[in-house]
Design a protein around this ligand. Structure first.
Ligand SMILES: *[C@@H]1O[C@H](CO)[C@@H](O)[C@H](O)[C@H]1NC(C)=O
Ligand SMILES: *[C@@H]1O[C@H](CO)[C@@H](O)[C@H](O)[C@H]1NC(C)=O
Ligand SMILES: *[C@@H]1O[C@H](CO)[C@@H](O)[C@H](O)[C@H]1NC(C)=O
Ligand SMILES: *[C@@H]1O[C@H](CO)[C@@H](O)[C@H](O)[C@H]1NC(C)=O
Ligand SMILES: *[C@@H]1O[C@H](CO)[C@@H](O)[C@H](O)[C@H]1NC(C)=O
Ligand SMILES: *[C@@H]1O[C@H](CO)[C@@H](O)[C@H](O)[C@H]1NC(C)=O
Ligand SMILES: *[C@@H]1O[C@H](CO)[C@@H](O)[C@H](O)[C@H]1NC(C)=O
Ligand SMILES: *[C@@H]1O[C@H](CO)[C@@H](O)[C@H](O)[C@H]1NC(C)=O
Ligand SMILES: *[C@@H]1O[C@H](CO)[C@@H](O)[C@H](O)[C@H]1NC(C)=O
Ligand SMILES: *[C@@H]1O[C@H](CO)[C@@H](O)[C@H](O)[C@H]1NC(C)=O
Ligand SMILES: *[C@@H]1O[C@H](CO)[C@@H](O)[C@H](O)[C@H]1NC(C)=O
Length: 753
């Protein structure tokens, strides 16, 4: 075949800029060299016989160059780059120049006033190239032909003139110093000529040469420096369009002609010219002209193509996104997709799981914490219980369980806290040396008085237990009922029935209340108190000595019914013993002088104290008053003195004395006097006292007869009785320790053992 591809040139100086894309897939036929120097040669191009599609695609590699140079066919057309996708071939084309030697006044020796390119199959890309002429005294033409045989010939040109560089703009080829024109389509042959059309030596300094060339549009940028610089540039890049075969895709398909496009590729018509190009289908890459050349693109491995949120699945020619288990959505992470969203149920499951776990843990910890606290509290309560004589009490209570109808209940600390609103100050009924009494309401609605002792003293535990044991045994309407106690607190607590109307003391010594306390009531109170003491001394299963009878320990309810309280100092007297040696305890003014001296406790001590109470009821005076003269400070003294001096009427409470019952008052006074006898054995038994008072009461009830002879006689006798004054004086000065808050005298035991 007489194909001739010739690039006429006059200089071989130039810079080769070759490009080759680094590709992972095979671009050449198996066993074929796929590169020349650093230029890759993809099939249908090839270096040897079996390696190219047909002779139009022969590339000659001249290894004598370093690096080796590739040439189109066997010509001198230097190949810079071959691209498969768009069917482009980048070659180097010579620059035509016409230079003027001012020294010689003739054309310069490097003059190359024309350059020619002839192709037999490929065409000069009209879209990628442009015809340019540069110079200030320049005339350039291009003679082109659309066929190798010069059938379709055309000529086009441009000229450029300028006389100063000042007006030559950079970056645009606009007419001053540079002119350009586009190319016709389908050019297979051209001859570019350039000439300086004036012998104008005045501009040769600026523009010694005129240049003309066809070059790649995007790589060309005009600058005024080109006037001189281009002189040393031999060639510039030029883009050719290449295609395969002689027919277009439609013809091939219709005529079932041989199709060079291999698997997973498609035929594509070129913009112009005959032949066709092959393209890999979307999602494939590689060389479409080679069997199995188009290979699937693994989009999942390409971070710019992989638009999946979580899971990318590659398929032949495509890919798709999916979401792993527990997720929902289309899995596309960019704007149009929803991405992968955690399954709501799973989210809930996980959340609930975590929540439940945490809650369980929290509950467990809290439970353990509270358990520990409770355990500690229990230990503390137990300690207190022990310390407060709980065991002792339990023992005592169980010992007597059979004998009592209703034993005292042991309350829990919580119950009583609730009852008193956590010992609120507003619930305080009274305070004293013994501690504080609170009013409280139990869960069952019962109103109770709760006595919170001050003492933590171990030595007084016995006393506390005593009261509980004593009271729990007594079941008498005139005794304040002990409902129970609590031993779990640091100080023990006693729970009593609530007696509504306060102490007898208040009623006697509060002037307004005293008026309401008629003699009849007073007598009844006395009788009831005496009855209680009598019962304690004899009737109870084990005799009990109260030891602290006084008006503050006699409480009244709304009907003025007496209720004896405070059994803290009481003693149970074993039946075979009627005298006990013990630490002297009691209240000044009420204290039996004999007991004070001998420390021998007998039931007569209570009789004495009761005598003082009787006197208090009669006179309305306090048991111990510092307002009276020194020798009469003690009420017993005062009263006995008054009796001795026959001044009974003077010392009686006004409001009762007026009732015209003086004889009855005298009877009671006499009884009081007998009770106040210094020698215990001379005092009447409590039983007698109670009976006598009960008798007097009956008389009051059955319209009291004023002149009972026997009574008046007795009265006279009693009034004549002398009193051992010294003993009372002793009392006033004998207080070894006087506790003002308790108003108690406590003397060391001298029991003579
Ligand atoms: C090819 O080699 C030439 C000359 O060494 C060099 O200038 C050019 O950058 C190379 N091209 C590539 C793509 O490596
Ligand atoms: C390679 O180039 C050198 C120098 O231009 C030339 O002499 C030689 O003939 C060329 N070889 C081929 C095979 O074209
Ligand atoms: C110009 O001509 C002189 C004398 O003929 C010659 O020496 C010189 O090399 C020439 N210069 C160019 C650029 O051709
Ligand atoms: C064009 O660029 C050259 C070199 O950068 C400079 O010398 C010249 O002044 C420029 N011309 C204009 C018109 O800016
Ligand atoms: C190119 O054109 C010039 C001037 O017209 C002529 O001298 C030259 O011979 C032509 N070259 C070819 C190869 O036709
Ligand atoms: C330019 O000068 C050369 C030689 O000096 C002469 O042959 C040519 O005709 C001149 N051209 C013009 C247009 O004057
Ligand atoms: C393909 O070629 C046939 C004949 O060569 C022509 O008639 C037809 O128009 C062409 N089709 C295209 C799309 O170029
Ligand atoms: C097209 O590509 C797929 C996947 O790469 C491959 O399995 C198939 O064989 C190819 N088809 C042809 C005709 O080569
Ligand atoms: C190039 O395409 C144009 C229309 O786009 C058509 O007129 C012209 O004949 C084509 N040239 C060749 C050589 O196919
Ligand atoms: C990923 O795909 C893009 C776009 O098709 C491409 O430009 C790039 O080279 C690819 N990267 C890799 C590593 O294949
Ligand atoms: C998301 O990906 C799709 C598919 O590749 C694409 O068409 C769309 O333009 C992309 N949108 C954004 C915002 O990136």
């Amino acid at each position: 075949m007489g194909f001739q591809v010739i690039l006429m040139k006059f200089s071989l100086m130039g810079v080769l800029v070759a490009a080759a894309a680094t590709q992972e897939f095979p671009i050449a036929k198996p066993g074929c060299q796929d590169r020349c120097g650093n230029i890759s040669i993809p099939y249908p191009f090839g270096l040897t016989d079996d390696c190219y599609f047909d002779t139009n695609f022969l590339i000659t590699c001249n290894e004598t160059f370093d690096p080796p140079q590739a040439f189109l066919l066997a010509s001198n057309i230097r190949v810079r780059e071959i691209t498969l996708d768009d069917g482009k071939l980048r070659i180097l084309a010579y620059v035509a120049r016409d230079c003027f030697n001012t020294t010689s006044g003739t054309a310069a020796h490097d003059n190359e006033p024309w350059s020619m390119l002839r192709l037999n199959k490929f065409i000069v890309s009209d879209t990628d190239n442009i015809f340019v002429a540069i110079g200030c005294n320049t005339e350039a033409t291009v003679f082109g032909s659309l066929a190798v045989n010069h059938d379709y010939v055309y000529k086009v040109g441009c000229m450029s003139m300028c006389n100063s560089l000042v007006y030559v703009p950079n970056n645009t080829c606009s007419g001053i110093g540079c002119c350009q024109t586009s190319l016709a389509k389908g050019v297979r042959y051209f001859n570019v000529t350039v000439s300086s059309y004036q012998n104008d030596t005045s501009i040769t300094d600026i523009s010694p040469c005129s240049y003309a060339f066809i070059t790649e549009t995007k790589s060309f940028k005009f600058a005024s420096t080109d006037f001189s610089d281009l002189r040393y540039v031999a060639s510039l890049p030029l883009v050719l369009d290449w295609n395969i075969g002689d027919s277009n895709c439609t013809t091939i398909r219709n005529n079932m002609m041989y199709n060079a496009c291999q698997g997973n590729s498609t035929c594509q018509d070129p913009e112009n010219g005959s032949g066709y190009l092959c393209k890999c289908l979307d999602g494939y890459q590689g060389n479409p002209y080679l069997p199995n050349g188009c290979q699937d693109i693994d989009e999942c491995k390409n971070s710019t193509l992989n638009i999946c949120d979580k899971k990318c699945i590659n398929t032949p020619g495509s890919f798709h996104c999916s979401c792993p288990e527990g997720y929902q959505g289309d899995g596309i992470k960019n704007g149009t997709g929803t991405g992968c969203i955690r399954d709501r149920s799973l989210v809930i499951e996980v959340t609930v799981g975590i929540g439940v776990g945490l809650t369980a843990l929290l509950v467990c910890i809290t439970w353990m914490y509270w358990g520990f606290k409770k355990w500690k509290l229990m230990k503390l309560k137990e300690k207190f219980f022990r310390q407060n004589g709980g065991l002792m009490l339990q023992q005592q209570l169980s010992k007597r369980e059979g004998s009592t109808a209703e034993t005292a209940k042991i309350f829990t600390a919580g119950e009583l806290e609730k009852a008193t609103n956590n010992y609120d100050e507003s619930k305080i009924l009274g305070t004293g040396g013994y501690g504080t009494v609170y009013k409280g309401m139990l869960i069952d609605g019962r109103i109770v008085a709760i006595k919170k002792s001050k003492m933590v003293d171990q030595s007084q535990i016995q006393q506390f237990i005593n009261e509980v044991v004593v009271l729990s045994q007594i079941n008498h309407r005139n005794v304040v009922k002990l409902l129970g106690c609590c031993l779990e607190t640091e100080v023990p607590l006693l729970v009593y029935e609530f007696v509504t109307n306060g102490t007898l003391f208040e009623h006697i010594h509060n002037k307004s209340k005293a008026l309401a306390l008629t003699w009849e009531i007073r007598l009844r109170i006395a009788a009831e108190t005496a009855g209680v003491l009598s019962y304690l001394h004899s009737a109870a299963s084990v005799p009990i000595i109260h030891r602290d009878i006084k008006t503050t320990n006699i409480l009244l309810d709304d009907n003025y019914i007496a209720k004896v309280s405070d059994f803290g100092t009481s003693r149970l007297v074993p039946l075979d013993q009627d005298e006990l040696s013990t630490m002297v305890q009691g209240t000044l003014g009420y204290l039996d002088p004999e007991y004070l001296h001998t420390s021998q406790l007998t039931d007569k001590s209570d009789v004495y104290s009761f005598g003082v109470v009787l006197v208090e009821l009669l006179t309305g005076e306090k048991a111990l008053s510092f307002q009276r003269p020194e020798e009469e400070r003690n009420l017993a003294m005062y009263f006995l003195n008054a009796l001795k001096e026959d001044r009974l009427v003077n010392v009686l409470e006004d409001c009762i004395a007026n009732e015209g019952n003086i004889e009855q008052l005298q009877e009671v006074s006499n009884l009081a006097k007998r009770c106040l006898r210094v020698k215990g054995e001379e005092r009447p038994m409590m039983k007698e006292v109670a009976m006598e008072l009960e008798g007097l009461r009956m008389m009051v009830k059955h319209s009291w007869v004023n002149n009972s002879k026997s009574n008046s006689e007795e009265t006279k006798y009693l009034l004549a009785e002398s009193v051992d004054v010294d003993h009372y004086g002793d009392i006033a000065s004998a207080s070894a320790r006087y506790d003002s808050t308790r108003n108690h005298v406590i003397l060391p035991i001298h029991d003579g053992r």
